[in-house]
Design a protein around this ligand. Structure first.
Ligand code: G1P
Length: 256
């Protein structure tokens, strides 16, 4: 059973300066709700109620937002230096221990109005396959340099068994156009693998590189999820998300 979910929220949010000067980008509201709350609600819907937020700065606004009135158990842990997503996840190790867990990047806003949330879809898959799973989406080939990119063997029309994973490859070096989106289920052996991972792209410790080792030693699946994903780390994606949520959640009275 997966109970725990980590939310790395330590990035600088430079594309949204000056809005992100004193608050993390995960606190940006999409209509009436901050990104981090959409993400936490997605985790709760998937049955994950132990929440860990890895934060670097603007910690206070996140803490205030999830004050005791909020119906979940949560802890905030601090990543002192920004050394990449892999390192942020490793920072959460004391909270996770020796259990499988989920990781959600709140600036990828994922919504599925037709059924299970993306994380819930992944938790169900985990219960079936019992190995690490990354969410993927097809992206235009010229955009591979913004994502971790996978290639593998198709085992179902929406599932691949990963054999290659590259962080932010140039289009001509990309193994496919299947991009990793910010939803992961990780088995706890990933922590030792992250510890053994040298800094990669951008001089940072990349979860993609640690997962590549896991894929070589055992099994990592990539799952084409059902639903929409908005890249709220970019202005365009953020505006799209805002329009979508206004039309489909706020105006229809489904937002709360
Ligand atoms: C991170 C990961 C990348 C993944 C992306 C999803 O990159 O390193 O592999 O594809 O999240 O949003 P970032 O967007 O933090 O640069």
């Amino acid at each position: 059973m997966i109970k725990k979910c980590l939310f790395p929220a330590a990035g600088y949010g430079t594309r949204f300066l000056p809005a992100t000067k004193a608050m993390p980008k995960e606190m940006l509201p999409v209509v009436n709700k901050p990104l981090i709350q959409y993400a936490v609600e997605e985790a709760l819907e998937a049955g994950l109620s132990e929440i860990g937020i890895v934060t670097g700065r603007g910690k206070r606004s996140l803490e205030d937002h999830f004050d005791i009135s909020y119906e979940l158990e949560h802890q905030i842990t601090r990543q002192v230096e920004m050394k990449g997503l892999g390192h942020a996840i490793l920072t959460g190790r004391p909270l996770i221990g020796d259990e499988p867990f989920a990781v959600v990047l709140a600036d990828d806003l994922c919504l599925n109005l037709e059924g299970d949330s993306v994380l819930k879809q992944m938790v169900k898959l985990y219960n079936q396959f019992r190995c690490s799973i990354v969410a993927i989406q097809e992206v235009p080939p010229e955009e591979t340099n913004k994502y971790g990119v996978i290639a593998g063997e198709m085992i179902r029309d929406d599932i691949f068994r990963v054999n290659t994973m590259v962080e932010k490859p140039k289009p001509e070096e990309a193994p496919s156009n299947l991009a990793i989106i910010g939803r992961y289920i990780l088995t706890p052996d990933i922590f030792d693998l992250i510890e053994q991972t040298e800094p990669g792209k951008g001089g940072e410790i990349q979860i993609t590189d640690a997962l590549m080792k896991q894929a070589q030693d055992g099994c990592v699946l990539a799952y084409k999820f059902k639903g929409k994903r908005f890249d709220c780390g970019s202005a365009e994606g953020y505006i799209e998300a805002t329009n979508f949520c206004y039309e489909n959640l706020y105006k229809t009275g489904k937002a709360h």
